[in-house]
Design a protein around this ligand. Structure first.
Ligand code: HEM
Ligand code: HEM
Length: 424
């Protein structure tokens, strides 16, 4: 813990002292010893501004919000700038338990001394109209004004934009601040590593976006694991009943994942309007999966209605069966690609994206190899069958009177089995 605080303490010493010790700006300070995070507030008694001092080891984002629930809270969200040398402060207002929206009417000026140094944030800022906002206000007379704080998850977020997409907090908590103590001589509070005029309320709450992960896992597990297993086992057991049951299970996974995807979409500004490529392709893919199931139903009906061939020679695949097979192969590839866009969309860490790509290749490559071997074998077999057929035909014609090219009853001659084609 101490090494992570050292840069902040050093900075505190190097930075020009803004005021002499006997004329420090009034301040209330929240200090989170677990993370080494300081948030200090100063309410000048001669203006309507609010001064802020904030320092912390760098997280994807850190935020404080006025009030004890997200809805209606004015939040100040801090994250590293695009070049990771500065701190971007984004004032946002939340309308519920979802990503807060940038509030351009709240004006914040970042002051000198703000930097990211040795992976630690230091922010000096002045907010010109933070005392009241659309939907709430600070009670400047309160000795225990409710506040909340939250930390973003361990992902990369570097942006100069005040509207940078956030990912749901990995933990949050509550505190109160004595606003009387924060009121007085104006100025950026001096750096501090002790709690002063603030009090933690309750324990930190561990959180995280389980719904988003559940959505990803349900669909990706169905597509990447169950789907190929279905094809392999069906090829192995050659049982239609087995294929139908397994496919129904896969559809349940996909539809459940789809439902969770709809729910998660409401949590984020980037997804709540359903306009992202990932969601639009997702809708199309789920629709194709449903069409695939319907095609499967038709194939199974067709098989029940059609009489079984007399011989045990392999059957020729019907157009419906070919449509079912090829739609299934195509939608599988599309769904795998959409899994990758989903990981990008949710700003998943690079190592997760790489693992996904490697697992996909590890599963898809053997399947492609098995398919090409099966396809080549089938072609060779077909060619052999055609050669055999030519020999039989030649032998047959040799026994016929010279003037008849084809037998009267048509082609092929009676008793000769029709040309067959194998499927699986
Ligand atoms: C992408 C951004 C965010 C999302 C998607 C999000 C989502 C949520 C959700 C779903 C809950 C309910 C959790 C539960 O019931 O278990 C919640 C609660 C909470 N969040 Fe956020 N949040 C975001 C950003 C923030 C920020 C910036 C703060 C700033 C302090 C914050 C503070 C809190 C607090 C204190 C609670 C508990 C109180 C309440 O339910 O309102 N959140 N959040
Ligand atoms: C084949 C279809 C789909 C696949 C394979 C898929 C897969 C994924 C994956 C792997 C993630 C990353 C999850 C994470 O790391 O937290 C994701 C994120 C997401 N998906 Fe999908 N998805 C599909 C369809 C959909 C659909 C239809 C919707 C909604 C209409 C949707 C909405 C979302 C949203 C909103 C996120 C991002 C959540 C966040 O930012 O944390 N997805 N998806």
């Amino acid at each position: 813990m101490l090494p992570s605080l050292l840069p902040i303490l050093l900075l505190a010493l190097i930075l020009p002292s803004r005021v002499s010790s006997d004329s420090n700006p009034a301040a209330s300070t929240l200090y989170l010893s677990e993370t080494g995070t300081t948030f200090s507030l100063n309410i000048p008694n001669n203006s309507s501004d609010v001064y802020i001092y904030f320092s912390s080891p760098a997280y994807s984002w850190f935020a404080v919000g006025a009030g004890d629930k997200m809805a209606g809270s004015l939040m100040l969200i801090m994250y590293p700038s695009a070049n990771n040398k500065n701190v971007t402060v984004s004032p946002r207002i939340a309308t519920g338990n979802s990503e807060p929206t940038f509030a351009p009417e709240i004006q914040i000026s970042v002051l000198p001394g703000t930097t990211i140094f040795n992976d630690s944030f230091v922010l000096n800022a002045i907010c010109h109209n933070c005392r009241s906002w659309n939907g709430g206000s600070l009670d400047l007379t309160a000795v225990s004004q409710p506040w909340m704080y939250a930390f973003g998850p361990a992902i990369d977020l570097y942006s100069d934009s005040p509207e940078a997409p956030l990912r749901r907090h990995r933990e949050y908590g509550y505190f109160t601040m004595d606003m009387n103590q924060a009121t007085g001589l104006g100025g950026v509070p001096i750096p501090s590593t002790s709690m002063n005029g603030a009090r933690l309320v309750g324990d930190v709450v561990m959180d995280g976006d389980k719904a988003s992960v559940t959505h990803g896992i349900l669909i990706v597990f169905a597509v990447l694991i169950l789907y190929p297993l279905n094809v392999i086992l069906v090829g192995f057991f050659k049982s239609m009943k087995f294929h139908v049951v397994f496919s129904i299970i896969i559809m349940c996974f996909i539809l459940a994942g789809f439902g969770v995807g709809i729910y998660v979409s409401g949590e984020y500004n980037r997804s709540k309007h359903f306009t992202s490529a990932h969601q639009i392709f997702g809708f199309i893919i789920v629709a194709i999966f449903i069409a695939l199931a319907a095609l499967g139903g038709l194939v199974s009906r067709q098989r029940r209605v059609q009489p079984t061939p007399a011989s045990d020679a392999p059957r020729k695949a019907s157009t419906l069966e070919l449509a079912h097979t090829w739609t299934g192969r195509g939608v599988w590839v599309l769904a795998i690609i959409n899994g990758g866009t989903g990981l990008k969309f949710s700003s998943s860490p690079m190592h997760t994206q790489i693992i996904y790509a490697l697992v996909t290749i590890a599963i898809a490559l053997p399947l492609v190899i098995v398919y090409s071997i099966m396809w080549r074998r089938r072609r060779v077999k077909k060619e052999e069958e055609e050669e055999d057929r030519d020999v039989v035909l030649q032998a047959y014609y040799a026994t016929q009177p010279k003037q008849e090219v084809y037998p009267a009853q048509g082609y092929p001659p009676q008793g000769y089995p029709p040309q067959q084609q194998q499927r699986w």
